[in-house]
Design a protein around this ligand. Sequence first.
Ligand code: HEC
Ligand code: HEC
Length: 283
Amino acid sequence: MEKKLVAIVVLMLVIVVFVAAYWATEPGRQATAAARFKEESIARGAGLYVEACSRCHGTRGQGLVGPALKGSRLDERGLEKTISRGVSRTAMPAWGQEDGGPFKADQIHDLAVFIKNWDDGLLAGKGAVEQPTTTKTQTSTPPVTSRPASPVPTTTPAAIPATPTPSLASTPVAPTPIPSPTPKASTTPSAAGRQLFSSLGCIACHGTNGEGSQIAPAVAGLAGKEVELASAQKVIADDAFLRESIVAPNAKIVKGYVPDAMPKPKLTDAQVDQLVEFIKSLK
Ligand code: HEC
Ligand code: HEC
């Protein structure tokens, strides 16, 4: 009888110890799960950033058409709000589904978490997956042959097809695809225009080769064509129209777009001419 009682007491003690131990470690388990959850969120956010944001905010979040996001002073909630709603009357679109954008609330959250826990390494990883093939085609053509060959580098950046973000991981290509090969080529107005098109950030919206994007119409093949305006009026894209579209983007709005979507950089007349020549050279 005594022995039985002792056995029961011992058993109960063992149970108590187990339960206590479980309770003591539970917060730790929860913390680990939360940390893993957060890591996954950051990784997803990085992927979305590369796809949707880097062309305006820079491949390293350093800022381009839009401000730098790496080191943003907005807190997570502030970021979510801005990303979801966009900034009206600027190039910053609304990304949240409630605001007509493509992303669900948890994707907006992932983006905000990534921005607050910025990690360039994750961005490089994303770029590396897609870059090898394009890089190869690009580097294989110009280096040695470009000297005696055609002075106008119309062939070079054409190697970047659909990927809106320029190379992230591969070293030979600069983050912003400023066409590097023949500096002498900038003697032709159209080649100088190509450089401006890149350095002024036109490519962020109109694409490396003017092919257009979700946020801006194509300018390749535009010259001489009929353009339908938001006013339902139709105009021919002659030199005057192209000039006006660059220096006074709000004068005529292309159908399907809103005013103030395109910034107005300060340009000299000569630069505007060069941009127009470049656009006319794009077929
Ligand atoms: C077409 C260009 C463009 C794209 C694409 C774009 N942005 Fe922006 N973004 C801007 C511009 C321009 C601003 C500045 C708006 C203003 O004048 O306040 C901005 C502002 C912001 C701000 C506010 C920054 C601050 O400090 O006030 C955040 C946050 C932001 N963008 C996040 C994003 C995220 C995340 C994505 C991708 C889902 C994205 N943006 C895609 C152009 C863009
Ligand atoms: C932030 C995005 C953005 C940037 C950067 C930008 N554009 Fe635009 N651009 C647009 C949008 C949106 C439209 C259509 C709305 C309109 O007509 O203003 C447009 C329209 C145009 C048009 C008329 C297109 C047509 O189909 O009739 C031309 C030409 C043009 N842009 C040239 C340029 C040049 C050159 C640069 C660089 C100096 C530039 N854009 C920079 C967004 C941009």
